[in-house]
Write a protein that binds this ligand. Structure first.
Ligand SMILES: *Cc1c(COP(=O)(O)O)cnc(C)c1O
Length: 396
């Protein structure tokens, strides 16, 4: 059967550097229990994945197959993931005094959030390597994306979400055929339930950064951004950070692209945005710490940001610092306010997480941290349509 152009060579522990043969199902590093990262023969990848050849490739994240892990064509699960539009939001930018404001609209992904990128890759690869049942702890969107790709592969999915997760997320998972369990607690408590199922039934755990391939799916945001900006990365990227897969993934993508000769050494300043009700990464950044402690009593309307502890914390913090970036909080009220600003001035109806990036941009402009002529990319990580429960209160 046909092989992909993947140049995957091995997996490497992000903490201790231990190497692993890639073609078997793995979660964390056996030595230090930290994330494994996929490594490629980038010299070989650069021979076929050229700027020229990319022009005629399929309009999905699979266009970057040389730097993706899937080995066999039959294992690539395709539901239309990735290759989302990058909009120059002129009216919005002018209204806040930063005319080069762009929005990468991830709300157009399968199941209406960028979680589709990570789960497309993790489920394709787990399917290829023979996983029989998949399980995930999720604040909402990841569970929906897993449900969709597991259905496409024909694998059972077990999803664990906090019991106060909005109804729509539960319904979507259920209708996509997943086994839904609601947990009295937060995403980390859901993680405990998943580990019980892994031990008892041999499920494969696709928690963020606890298997090596979700980050490979999410890194395609970095490749797309470069390609859509004609290989000239922006000055600033503002990203709503929960588990941090997107931050870690994009930072990895930039490094790979430089090694492939697609971009130079200039990097965007990476900005992490969290809610003032759950900001473990911001706190660790401000303290100059390498790791983030668990955030007690996490509470925010932005479900994707309700992540009190992240296993990839040190990788997120490293990306922010190496890039000369910053980590900031915004309030839930600001998210609701700026959702309408973004919507009415750009035509994009954002998730509260997406609105958080605009709130952060306005603060950073006011502080002079962003200059008015800089090129700024906001990540709208999901569609506002999934948050009807929030907006319903706002229509008066
Ligand atoms: C999961 C999620 C986030 C956080 O993403 P990470 O890459 O895990 O940090 C942000 N926004 C939305 C809508 C999400 O679902």
């Amino acid at each position: 059967m046909a092989q992909t152009k993947s140049t995957l060579t091995h997996l490497e522990c992000s903490m201790c550097g231990k190497l692993y043969e890639p073609n078997r199902l793995l979660n964390l590093c056996h030595e230090c229990e930290r994330p494994l990262l996929a490594r490629y023969d980038l010299g070989k990848a650069a021979l076929t994945m050229t700027k020229e050849s990319l022009r005629t490739r399929e309009a999905s994240l699979w266009r970057y197959e040389e730097v993706l892990p899937v080995q066999n064509d039959w294992a690539m699960l395709r539901l239309g993931e990735g290759w989302t539009p990058l909009h120059h939001a002129r009216r919005l930018g002018e209204s806040i005094g930063c005319s080069n404001t762009y929005i990468k609209d991830e709300g157009l992904n399968v199941t209406a959030s960028f979680k589709a990128r990570g789960l497309a890759m993790a489920v394709s690869r787990a399917y290829e390597l023979g996983a029989r049942e998949l399980a995930i702890p999720s604040a909402g969107n990841a569970a929906c994306a897993l449900s969709a790709y597991a259905a496409a592969a024909g694998l059972p999915a077990h999803v664990f979400m906090p019991k106060d997760v909005p109804t729509l997320f539960q319904v979507e998972c259920h209708e996509l055929g997943a086994n839904v369990t609601l947990v009295d607690g937060l995403i980390n408590d859901c993680g405990v339930k998943v580990r019980e199922g892994v031990a008892a039934y041999g499920w494969f755990d696709v928690s963020t950064l606890k298997e090596p391939y979700r980050v490979e799916g999410k890194k395609t945001m970095g490749y797309e951004l470069a390609e859509q900006m004609d290989w000239e990365l922006p000055d600033v990227i503002i990203y709503p950070t929960g588990g941090g897969t997107g931050m870690v993934g994009m930072w990895k993508a930039f490094d790979e692209m430089e090694k492939m000769g697609l971009i130079g050494s200039k990097r965007p300043r990476m900005v992490t945005v969290q809610s003032s009700g759950c900001a473990p990464i911001v706190r660790a950044f401000e303290q100059g710490a390498a790791h983030a402690e668990l955030w007690q009593g996490a509470k925010t309307i932005a479900d994707g940001l309700r992540v009190p502890v992240a296993i990839g914390d040190f990788l997120i913090l490293r990306a922010i610092r190496e890039s000369g970036g910053i980590a900031v909080t915004v309030t839930d009220e600001e998210m609701l306010h700026y959702a309408r600003v973004m919507g009415s001035k750009s035509g994009i109806f954002p998730a509260p997480e997406g609105a958080a990036t605009l709130a952060a941009q306005v603060h950073l402009l006011e502080q002079g941290w962003i200059e008015p002529d800089e090129r700024v990319v906001l990540f709208n990580t999901g569609s506002g349509l999934k948050y009807a429960h929030l907006w319903a209160n706002m229509v008066k």
